[in-house]
Each structure stands twice: as C-alpha cells, then as structure tokens.
Design a protein around this ligand. Structure first.
Ligand SMILES: [Zn+2]
Ligand SMILES: [Zn+2]
Length: 335
C-alpha cells in the first residue's frame, strides 16, 4: 500500500504542474515566435543584411529584457520584505501561547477581540477591517498565518500565505503580484507590449505582400507564410490585451493603489479612503520604481520601504501631528 506521504507528494506535484500550465503556455508561444521571427522572417525572408541585422539586434534586446522581467516576476518570493527588514514582520506573528489562548474553547468573541487589540496596540498599523469583514475585531488578523496583517497585505488562498501589498494573484506568472515584484510585473507587461508592437510592425510588410498577387511571392512557399501571418496576428492580439493591462497598472501606480484597493478602499480610523496612500504621482512612482531613474527600466530591486509601513497622504500635511503621535512605532520611509 502506498504511503500517505508519497500520495501527498504526488498531489503537490500535480497541483504545481496544473498551476504552471499558463506559464508553460506563454513559454511555448515565445519559443515558437522566436523560431518564426528569427528563422522564417529574418534569416529566410529578409534578404537585405541592412534590415535583418537591426531587426535581430532589437528583437534580442527586447527579448532578454522581457525574459529577465518575466522570470523575476515568477520567482520572487511574494510575501518577502527586503532581507534587512524581515525582523519587522516577526512582530506581527502571534506567539504560540497567545494564539492558544486566542483559540481556547469555548470561543469567546470579546476575549478574542481583547487579545488582538492588546497584541496590536504597539504595531505600526493604520488600517482596519472593513465592515463585517471580520466578526470579532476591527484588527485585520489572519488565523491561517496567525499574524496581524500589516497595512495593505492580504492572505492569498493560492499561495497560502499573507502577501505584503498584495495586488492580485496572476496565473500567467503563477505568483502573487505584490510589494516584492510589482516593478518586475509592470516591466514584464511593458517589454511584452514592446516586443509585440515591434514584431507586428516588422512583419506587416510581408503579410500585406502575401495578399498582393502582383508580387513575386511564390505559392509553394506556404509554410513560412503561415508562420509569419500567425506571428503578425498573435502579436497584434497580445498588443491589445497587454496595452489595456499596462495602462491600468500605470494608472494604479500613479494613484498608489493596488487592484484590491481599487475594489475595496482601505479603512483608516477616519473611515475608508481610496486615496489614503496617494502621495502624488511622482512620489507614487518612486515608491515602486525607486529614486534612481536610470534603474527604472531594469528588473532589479529598487523599491522603497519595507513593505510593512507606508507613508500616508495625510502624513504629507504638516498640521497632521495627531496621527503620527498616536503610533510611536511607525516611521514611514521618505519618498
Ligand atoms: Zn495569511
Ligand atoms: Zn498568490
């Protein structure tokens, strides 16, 4: 009889494989488009070296940046704070004895609420549960991870953990898009769009020629025709979807809002405010991309902060000293 542990392992492998299908699909499309573009277009169809060399050069530069961003988005740990800030997250975890007391039978909602409020008293949190989100307390708490949720974090049921500044779980990268990889995700969309536009722009001339009976394109060269026509249509189709997704995320970055926050605004002491983290367009962009503009186009870690404490729009107002003094442990980074 098969041991339960091997069944569990088999099950885990199956789940991982199924979750990886969209990534495998994208990589297959990419591998085929590479063959179609490099072999069928640049090496076979484009006879002029003055054209094929720049085509190949630009294509490969965009491809490297695209793959670099894509793999960084896929393989960056979603819940991760920067290594030098990991200790901050430890403060949010309920010690085992506190969690046991919290879960002690019979369940008493007022006791649970008191334990959470007591534990969270000195934590740097400024957001609370929306109405009816949690039945026993307004402190945002995850009983699966046993932590008080830092501002802007959410529990991802696919990743099975709480994720800092969670935007959404993206099946196309098989990962959460969050504080740790948001810049990489936006670059992935941007380079994907750039590559599709470049491929569509350089193949359109040949696609038009295929329909023109006055040209000398011979009818027996059928296979490359199919590759180039498909290449053009797939690049055009992906351009449209990538453009809309990229435009939406650029809008969210400019407003310092996650996808989840755009559907459900974070709730502060004063009430829900979708612009609670909006520091102005330039500061918002620097929060994601960093202060060094020359590093913005590269998928390297330039994000600001620790993923736990965020400056608030109201922090910018010089007369708002009440909020700052109400929480001594909270020192947001400067943008
Ligand atoms: Zn959680
Ligand atoms: Zn996730």
């Amino acid at each position: 009889m098969e041991a339960p542990s091997s069944k569990k392992l088999c099950c885990t492998v199956c789940v991982h494989t199924v979750k990886s299908i969209p990534v495998i699909f994208i990589l297959c499309i990419l591998a085929w488009s590479y063959y179609a573009y490099v072999y069928h277009l640049c090496l076979s169809r484009v006879t002029s070296v003055e054209l094929s060399v720049p085509y190949l050069l630009v294509y490969h530069i965009i491809l490297v940046l695209f793959l670099w961003s894509y793999f960084k988005t896929i393989f960056t740990e979603p819940s991760g704070a920067p290594p030098n800030c990991l200790f901050i997250l430890l403060q949010f975890r309920l010690p085992e004895e506190v969690f046991e007391e919290f879960n002690r039978n019979p369940i008493d909602l007022s006791r649970q609420s008191a334990i959470l409020r007591d534990f969270a008293e000195n934590l740097p949190i400024m957001t609370f549960t929306n109405t009816n989100e949690h039945f026993f307390s307004d402190i945002r708490f995850c009983d699966k991870c046993k932590i008080v949720k830092p501002d802007r974090s959410h529990h991802c049921s696919v990743c099975r953990k709480c994720v800092l500044k969670m935007d959404h779980h993206c099946p196309w990268v098989n990962n959460c898009v969050s504080y740790s990889n948001y810049k990489y995700f936006i670059l992935f969309l941007a380079y994907g769009l750039l590559m599709c536009i470049f491929v569509a722009a350089t193949t359109i001339e040949y696609v038009i020629k295929f329909w023109d009976i006055t040209t000398d394109m011979r009818i027996q060269d059928g296979s490359y025709k199919i590759h180039i026509i498909f290449l053009f249509f797939i690049a055009s189709m992906f351009s449209l979807s990538l453009f809309s997704l990229l435009a939406y995320h650029i809008y969210l970055v400019s407003k310092n809002r996650t996808t989840l926050e755009s559907f459900r605004p974070p709730k502060f002491l004063e009430g829900s405010d979708k612009n609670g983290f909006n520091l102005g367009c330039c500061r918002n962009i620097r929060e994601v991309f960093g202060k060094e503009v020359l590093l913005w186009p590269f998928p390297i870690d330039t994000r600001l902060g620790d993923g736990v404490i965020y400056p608030l729009a109201s922090d910018l107002k010089s007369n708002d000293s009440v909020r700052q003094s109400s929480n001594k442990s909270r020192t947001p980074f400067t943008v």
